[in-house]
Design a protein around this ligand. Structure first.
Ligand SMILES: NC(=O)c1ccc[n+]([C@@H]2O[C@H](COP(=O)([O-])OP(=O)(O)OC[C@H]3O[C@@H](n4cnc5c(N)ncnc54)[C@H](O)[C@@H]3O)[C@@H](O)[C@H]2O)c1
Length: 281
């Protein structure tokens, strides 16, 4: 028996990164899945963490799970409607939706950012989850059934980081989405929660991760001194998708090794990280 037997998941942005990791973990737990990405040619696999670079659909089929891939650009309402319809046509219902697809364009100060970049990120990171939640809720109401939504937010949904103003603005919108949906649809048994990871080892962040000096600097802001693994996010997403978390609703949960605690710190080089201790109590 898997923890997700009899559940039908719809997930966005599953070719790579966290979307891929969640889809594979859900499949291992017995879920049926409709997976999706902006294009069937979106690079498959997790650039940093995977040795198996087969398309996500192929990996899941090799596990013996039921899966359908559909192309869905989350910025297009018709694509999102079709994504939900695919699940209903194939499996007869939708029980769980994960709004994961997102992009990052950052690394410069605000006055160097272009309005095109703001528009692009706003479309994928804000309008995308909004449309995904909206179509999910319509289907849960149509079915007159409970439903479960997980939104992949970011630590930048909870605090602001320098050099990524536009990205922070888009991710800061997601707590409002999670809380509004929680308030409006909780009475119908529709549960929603947001996951807020810090730097995760994925294709999105590989340039930063592969720059050793930068990676070490970012690690100094994480009390557990390491980046997040996609599995850390998949584990929480699985828990939030089961009845084990049945009274957790409308929350934003950090998966960040304590990163949020250290945002007020001075730059690491200002601090003498002295772990020496008296040997005697
Ligand atoms: N990697 C990090 O450090 C990090 C940290 C916090 C939050 N996040 C968030 O996690 C989510 C997943 O990111 P990731 O790190 O796994 O990135 P990723 O680039 O590895 O995967 C994102 C996937 O989304 C797809 N995608 C992009 N635009 C799309 C669109 N318009 N429609 C549908 N699919 C689209 C991409 O093709 C890709 O397969 C994003 O929302 C991201 O903002 C990432």
């Amino acid at each position: 028996m898997g923890r997700l037997d009899d559940k039908v998941f719809v997930i966005t942005g599953t070719s790579s990164g966290m979307g891929r990791a969640m889809a594979i973990q859900f499949a291992k737990e017995g879920a049926k899945l409709v997976i999706s990405d902006i294009s069937p040619n979106a690079p498959a696999g997790n650039y940093i963490a995977d040795t198996d670079m087969r398309p996500t659909e192929e990996v899941i089929k090799s596990l013996g799970a039921e899966v359908v891939y559909t192309t869905c650009d989350v910025t297009k309402q018709e694509d999102v409607k079709n994504l939900i319809k695919t699940a209903v046509d194939k499996f007869g219902k939708v029980t769980n939706v994960v709004a994961n697809a997102g992009i990052w364009r950052g690394g410069v100060m605000m006055h160097h950012e272009s309005v095109e970049i703001l528009d692009e990120m706003y479309a994928v990171n804000v309008k995308g989850p909004y449309l995904t939640c909206q179509e999910a809720i319509k289907q849960f109401l149509r079915q007159d059934s409970p439903g479960n939504i997980v939104v992949i937010c970011s630590s930048t949904s909870l605090a602001i980081y320098a050099s990524e103003c536009a990205y922070c603005m888009t991710k800061s919108a997601l707590p409002a989405l999670v809380k509004a949906v929680a308030l409006e649809y909780g009475p119908k048994g529709i549960r929603i929660n947001g996951i807020c990871p810090t730097w995760v080892k994925t294709t999105l962040s590989h340039e930063l991760y592969e720059n050793e000096a930068l990676r070490r600097e970012t690690e100094m802001f994480i009390p557990l001194r390491k980046w997040c693994d996609v599995g850390d996010v998949a584990n929480l997403a699985t828990f939030l998708s089961t009845e084990e978390s049945s009274f957790i609703h409308g929350t934003l949960i950090p998966v960040d090794g304590g990163n949020i605690l250290s945002l007020g710190e001075v730059p690491p080089s200002f601090i003498n990280w002295d772990y020496s201790v008296d040997k005697e109590i």
